[in-house]
Ligand binder design. Structure first.
Ligand code: UFG
Length: 340
């Protein structure tokens, strides 16, 4: 199938474009490089053996997006393009609502206009807030959002639920990502934070590479076995392959499947300390770190029950935390010194 991948130069988007091509689909990558770099597209073309097209565009630019859809005739859209930094969203809420909600509305209107049948929406485990029970399932309650970023994901989901209730002729899935890490095994593409990383694994790999002086572990007094916060880390290629399964499932399902929600996690919680220790083990590098206070807005622990994705989509993670950290380290070593 011809699949539009918005934000396809970004971390999850680029790996999904590679997985789509690997599965025989044709990715139509759309990105405006506001949070990514053009060389990723060159690398993707190599990985996909040229079987993809690329358009530089802002998803909020309706006319430009309409032109792309007219030319490319996609049969499905996977919508990654969005801002994703929790702290930044607190400082710039309007920017987040305009971009994240605005681009979703534009895409859904164009989808209706062009009769594009399949839609995949990138959501986040952030919708669960501080969960009452672990692991979280898709029916765990959605809690009041802790940040404008989190609310843009809740609003996005609600828009898709409302379209379902209105019997809009489209099939959609909502994928709630846990913590994607790692890189493509080729080390041609990976996570490329611009400026100082917000997320744990790029901070670890940049510290190990000598770009950052030390990692600060945020909080050592959580009610967890070792006192550090617990997350469900998932290899980005496992996550990417779930999108390929989701598209196949939408195309296969006889009855109208709409706004179906899936958790995408490894189903295993790892503490920050465990991640650091595993990284040291697979890289052979002793990491410089210290403990600091808790980061505002962080939940103590969250991990997924991903049984629904396994049963319905026939998907399961294939890679371990060690695999992901090894791949992230290879990628870091490979880009070190590149002018990015
Ligand atoms: N952490 C550190 N030091 C750092 C960076 C992170 O100790 O320098 C810790 C955090 O406190 C947290 C864990 O590492 O306990 C993971 O933090 P990340 O920033 O990598 O990931 P988050 O779980 O905070 O964020 C992810 C996604 C968000 C999403 C959020 C929902 O990146 O998009 O999950 O919980 F909103």
């Amino acid at each position: 199938m011809r699949i539009a991948v918005t934000g396809g130069a970004g971390f999850i988007g680029s790996h999904t474009a590679a997985a789509l091509a690997e599965a025989g689909h044709y990715p139509i990558v759309i990105d405006d490089f506001r949070n990514s770099k053009p060389f990723i597209i060159d690398r993707l073309k190599t990985l996909c053996k040229g079987k993809l097209s690329f358009h530089e565009a802002d998803c909020n630019d309706r006319d430009k997006m309409a032109g792309i859809f007219e030319k490319e005739q996609p049969e499905g859209i996977i919508h990654f393009a969005a801002y994703k930094a929790v702290g930044e969203s607190v400082r710039h809420p309007l920017m987040y609502y305009r971009n994240n909600v605005g681009s979703l509305l534009t895409l859904l209107e164009l989808q209706k206009h062009y009769g594009i049948e399949h839609f995949v929406f990138s959501s986040s485990c952030t919708v669960y807030g501080v969960p009452d029970e672990l692991p979280v399932t898709e029916s765990s309650p959605v809690k009041k959002a802790q940040s404008p970023y989190g609310f843009t994901k809740q609003v996005g989901e609600q828009i898709l639920f409302d379209l379902q209730s209105a019997s809009t002729p489209m099939r959609s899935v909502i994928l709630r990502y846990f913590n994607p890490i790692g890189a493509h095994s080729s080390a041609l593409i990976g996570e490329l934070p611009l400026g100082e990383p917000e997320n744990l694994v790029p901070y670890i790999t940049q510290t190990a590479a000598g770009i950052r002086k030390e990692l600060t572990i945020f909080g050592q007094d959580y009610e967890t076995p070792d006192g550090t916060a617990i997350r469900d880390y998932i290899h980005v290629m496992d996550l990417a392959e779930a999108h390929v399964r989701a598209i196949a499932w939408l195309a296969e399902s006889e009855e109208k499947a709409s706004a179906e929600v899936f958790n995408l996690g490894a189903g295993r919680g790892s503490s920050v300390k465990e991640v650091v220790a595993t990284f040291e083990e697979v890289s052979g590098v002793k990491l410089n770190y210290r403990y600091g206070p808790r980061r505002p807005g962080d939940v103590p622990a969250i991990y997924a029950n991903a049984d629904k994705a396994r049963k319905v989509l026939g998907w399961a993670v294939q890679r371990t935390l060690s695999d992901a950290l090894r791949d992230a380290w290879h990628w870091q070593q490979q880009i070190h010194g590149l002018p990015v």
